[in-house]
Ligand binder design. Structure first.
Ligand SMILES: *Cc1c(COP(=O)(O)O)cnc(C)c1O
Length: 378
């Protein structure tokens, strides 16, 4: 196949330009504006989140979430270890220390047992965690019932990093709407995109109002630019939001297609010895399957491992990617406390993300399967 098959590429609906044209016609080429307000309304309507503030990125949304929850210098914040670094970096922006908690094998997300162990151990050391950053990786909802129960029992606020899980639900409720604050990302590789952007969700209107205030340089209500807080320039542009409005029109279709990709791969690959695909643990979990992921056990594939598949697929112009390298194994977080049992390390060692774009062609998808089966001698 000569044309590159991407891991997760942008997929426009065709209606984005309508919103962008509108902004140009009215000369609304600035941050804030009607497309931003419209996108916030679309997101609230889709997810059932009480309120939404659109921002420059998912990372800035996590940063503001921590500020809103009062995280400050010297605090500790619990964070899923198995994630992208953007979940943890804002903890450090605040001068706080991340405390990493490992995954459990069914959802690949934060282990409730290790979370509770971490909380008790930090409390015994005289430091009650100031917040928990919980990630729904690759779209799979975490064990929200147990995690919420623990967070509530200890009175620790939860930030849900739903950057990869827009459209996923647990017991019929959208991820990002369980915690005190939820965050979304509209980066170019996510299930929908604004070419770069994010959002902060909360049932509490005060959080969203304050997020907007901080994101617009924290200007007090005075004509002469008076400031009593340090502010940020974290607002989404009205042009980006126009892309987002066109994308929200097709979000349900995008979820449908990513799930269809996943079940296609499942049907075509799960008979192979040593290949395991992620599954929803039970009917309460509904994943958007942002990326379809496989685990390769070289002891069962006759020695064929993740590296080999990654290299060989790359030679065929098929983009794949190892699963996220856990944060507790990252050089930059080597000194951070971590409560781990090897689960995410094992996933990282054997896991590979397959091309999962919503605009992947049937031909390309079949070629990926054919190539994998050939490499594994099936
Ligand atoms: C993409 C991503 C983010 C960051 O979002 P940006 O919009 O790129 O800043 C945070 N957490 C996870 C798990 C992500 O995948």
């Amino acid at each position: 196949m000569s044309e590159k098959i991407w891991l997760s590429s942008p997929h426009m609906s065709g209606n984005e330009m309508k919103y962008i044209d509108d902004a140009f016609r009215r000369n609304q080429v600035f941050p804030l504006g009607p497309n931003v307000t419209g996108l916030e309304e679309d997101i609230v309507k889709f997810t059932g989140a009480g309120h939404c503030t659109c921002l420059a990125s998912g990372t800035s949304a996590i940063h503001l979430a921590l500020i809103l929850l009062g995280v400050k210098q010297g605090d500790e914040v619990i964070c899923s270890s198995f994630t992208f670094s953007a979940s943890a970096n804002p903890i450090v922006y605040q001068g706080a220390t991340p405390v990493f908690v490992d995954s459990e094998p069914a959802t690949w997300n934060m282990s409730p047992a290790l979370l509770e162990m971490a909380i008790n151990d930090r409390i015994s050391k005289g430091k009650k965690p100031a917040a928990i950053v919980l990630v729904h990786l690759y779209g799979m909802p975490a064990r929200l019932d147990e995690i919420m129960a623990i967070a509530n029992r200890y009175g620790i606020p939860l930030v849900e990093d739903a950057a990869e899980s827009l459209g996923s639900t647990f017991e019929g409720k959208y991820t990002g709407t369980f915690g005190e604050i939820g965050i979304l990302s509209f980066n170019g590789n996510k299930i929908i995109t604004t070419s770069g952007g994010g959002a902060l969700l909360s049932a509490n209107p005060e959080h969203c109002r304050k997020a907007l205030f901080l994101a617009t340089q924290a200007r007090d209500n005075a004509p002469h630019y008076q400031h009593s807080h340090i502010g940020y320039n974290y607002r989404m542009s009205n042009i980006s939001a126009g892309i987002g409005r066109g994308q929200m029109e097709v979000l349900s279709d995008r979820v449908k297609k990513r799930r269809e990709n996943h079940f296609f791969y499942w049907k075509q690959l799960s008979d192979i010895q040593g290949i395991v695909l992620q599954e929803e643990p039970d009917s309460r979990y509904f994943s958007n399957f942002w990326l379809t992921t496989i685990l390769i056990d070289p002891e069962k594939t006759g020695g064929i491992n993740r590296e080999f598949l990654y290299d060989e697929l790359g030679k065929e112009n098929i983009e794949t990617r190892p699963l996220w390298k856990p944060m507790h194994l990252q050089p930059v977080f080597a000194d951070a406390p971590a409560y781990v049992d090897g689960t995410s390390e094992g996933l990282f060692k054997n896991g590979l993300c397959l091309p999962s774009s919503s605009n992947i062609t049937d031909e390309a998808r079949a070629f990926v399967v054919k190539t994998i089966r050939k490499l594994l001698k099936h």
